[in-house]
Design a protein around this ligand. Structure first.
Ligand SMILES: Cc1cc2nc3c(=O)[nH]c(=O)nc-3n(C[C@H](O)[C@H](O)[C@H](O)COP(=O)(O)OP(=O)(O)OC[C@H]3O[C@@H](n4cnc5c(N)ncnc54)[C@H](O)[C@@H]3O)c2cc1C
Length: 294
């Protein structure tokens, strides 16, 4: 359902006749989030904003975009467009332990990774319905009938599903029988890692005294990656407090997948303090579980 935006763009490029495109997203729209503590909509390209200062953001999911030589050949126009709009900028700050392959180029998003999704949603002209969880897909008179948790079913000529594969397999209705046994086996064999992310927001003027913007950690059972998120994007301002994000290791997330977020947050924070002793106290935190990470 999501990312009707690249679909719309491809149709325009191929000079296909105008069409109307509807997009259903189970998550809330960023602007509907009153507390500011939930991430801006962007799926796994989620960006959380501090309720104290919306300019203070952390990427809770994807951290940067890697343009490999293969992607450069296939998708250069997408990179050009995002760079021209200032949505992407080259990653120039130091990330310790990052493995770079020859020809790769990394980009960060100054407004947070969710700004990529927002850009394409706007470009697509699609009618976007947030808080609409698709539950069933049926075939009715050569049309696809899409049912949601609430509201009446709607009919479409074409349906594109872009949620993680296990969530596609949870859909009910004719779709479950239309997937061939072979396709089902292939889909069921797709494996996802799980991770937790903890975002921390600090008061303006707080100093986090480390010589890097990001660091991959290999020697801690809980912590895999730390990013001083504003520094990662080369944004240092006396008016906006710094922000930090920690990603856990996959084994840690698997062990604590069904525990309460509060307990898990405490464990992640304890480990972070052991890695960065003397870390100042954050003013706000946001812990995010990624059951289907990558
Ligand atoms: C911790 C983490 C770190 C990552 N790091 C990087 C990185 O550095 N670089 C990189 O390139 N990639 C990274 N990724 C991967 C990247 O985020 C994903 O590949 C990308 O965001 C996938 O986009 P998508 O639109 O395919 O899926 P998603 O972003 O998962 O979007 C699927 C959407 O479908 C919605 N949905 C699900 N079920 C339903 C339903 N029933 N009805 C309606 N809507 C539904 C979800 O709410 C979601 O918004 C990372 C991911 C995670 C979690």
């Amino acid at each position: 359902m999501k990312h009707g935006s690249p679909c719309s763009r491809r149709r325009a490029e191929q000079r296909l006749p105008p069409h109307s495109c509807a997009l259903f997203e189970k998550g809330p729209h960023g602007d509907q989030i009153v507390s500011g503590l939930l991430p801006d909509h962007g799926g796994r390209m989620a960006t959380a904003r501090s309720p104290c200062n919306p300019q203070s953001t952390v990427d809770l999911g994807a951290q940067y975009i890697t343009r490999t030589p293969h992607y450069a050949k296939k998708h250069q126009s997408f990179y050009d467009e995002l760079l021209a709009h200032g949505i992407l900028k080259p990653l120039t700050s130091p990330i310790e332990g990052m493995v770079m392959k020859e020809g790769d180029c990394n980009f960060v998003a100054p407004q947070g990774l969710s700004s990529i999704v927002k850009h394409y949603l706007k470009e697509s002209g699609a009618e976007v319905s947030f808080r609409h969880r698709v539950t069933q897909i049926n075939l009715r008179n050569d049309k696809w009938e899409v049912s949601e948790e609430r509201g009446s079913p709607e009919r479409f000529d074409i349906v594109v599903l872009t949620m993680p594969v296990p969530q596609i397999l949870q859909l009910r209705g004719d779709i479950a029988n239309l997937i061939s046994e072979c396709q089902r086996q292939q889909l069921e064999s797709v494996r996802y890692s799980s991770r937790y992310a903890l975002g921390l927001f600090y008061e303006a003027g707080t100093k986090i005294d480390v010589p890097w913007a990001g660091q991959y950690i290999t020697s801690n059972p809980c912590t895999r990656f730390i990013s001083i998120d504003n520094k990662k994007r080369n944004i240092e301002s006396s008016e906006v407090g710094p922000s930090l994000v920690v990603h856990t290791t996959v084994p840690f997330a698997v062990t604590y997948l069904e525990h309460s977020t509060e307990d898990v947050q405490e464990l992640i924070y304890q480990q972070l303090e052991s890695i960065l002793p003397g870390l100042p106290q954050p003013v706000v935190t946001k812990c995010q579980k990624w059951r289907y990470s990558q």
